[in-house]
Design a protein around this ligand. Structure first.
Ligand code: PEP
Length: 249
């Protein structure tokens, strides 16, 4: 059976005063440890604080982004080895907000993925189509193109220590989640494309769904055969909602 993962992407939210009670509630609510692995991805500046608060708990730490270079003159960037220094296990790469707002193209995302692996991190690679792309019938070609860039850079072996998150852009932060059937269809497509290169990697790779997951819709999504957990944005800022999602996984 594939491992299940629920990862909370806090994005650029939370102050120190808000994070302390949120982490306390998650620690209480996830004791005893759930069967699914749980991770939280705070903004860079709070990684040391949250890492300290999570010490000795089953909750893993993740970052929201990583530089595509290992070190050097890259003002404002944070490298994979730096994230490992602060005990990050996961890092999100290719989130649609990075692709759209910061114009990260497939090649840069693929280099970030590769840097995450070299830094000893588990990349959570986000793939997903916009509403216009879906309506034009291009969901599969878009997701395949995004995936191919990573396969060309890191090979299928790169996916052996990775997680994929299918995140339709039209479902992120909109309150409009993909139906379980819509999500399952794309998850199965992604798994099939990987299976063409390496069936074992495809069978063991966790593929998360992300896009307006809440306590109320999580169980139906996670019941689909190729959905192995979730990447959670807005609902990860509420302990009650996030814990409900973790229980559903
Ligand atoms: C995300 O940003 O990765 C995400 C899935 O956001 P939300 O859950 O708020 O739609």
């Amino acid at each position: 059976m594939r491992p299940r993962l629920v990862a909370g992407n806090w994005k650029m939210n939370g102050t120190r005063a808000e994070i302390l009670p949120l982490v306390r509630s998650l620690k209480d609510g996830l004791n005893p440890a759930p069967r699914a692995e749980v991770a939280v991805c705070p903004p860079f500046i709070y990684l040391p604080l949250v890492g300290e608060l999570l010490e000795g708990t089953p909750i893993a730490l993740g970052a929201q982004d990583v530089c595509e270079e290992a070190a050097g003159a890259y003002t404002g960037e944070v490298s994979g080895p730096m994230l490992r220094d602060y005990h990050c296990r996961y890092v999100i790469v290719g989130h649609s907000e990075r692709r759209q707002v910061y114009r990260e193209d497939d090649g840069r995302v693929a280099r970030k993925f590769s840097q995450a692996l070299s830094g000893g991190l588990i990349p959570i690679l986000c793939l997903g189509e916009t509403l216009a792309e879906r309506e034009a019938g291009n969901t599969r070609p878009v997701v395949e193109r995004q995936l191919r860039a990573v396969l060309e850079q890191s090979g299928v072996a790169g996916l052996r220590a990775a997680v994929i998150a299918y995140e339709p852009v039209w479902a992120i932060g909109t309150g409009r989640n993909a139906t379980p059937a819509q999500a399952q269809e794309v998850h199965a497509f992604i798994r099939d494309r990987i299976a063409e290169r390496d069936p074992e990697t495809a069978a063991s790779l966790p593929i998360l769904y992300g896009g307006s997951v809440k306590g109320a819709n999580a169980a139906a999504l996670f019941a689909m055969p190729d959905i192995d957990g979730g990447l959670i944005g807005g609902a990860s800022l509420s302990a009650a909602e996030f814990l409900a999602i973790c229980r559903a996984a």
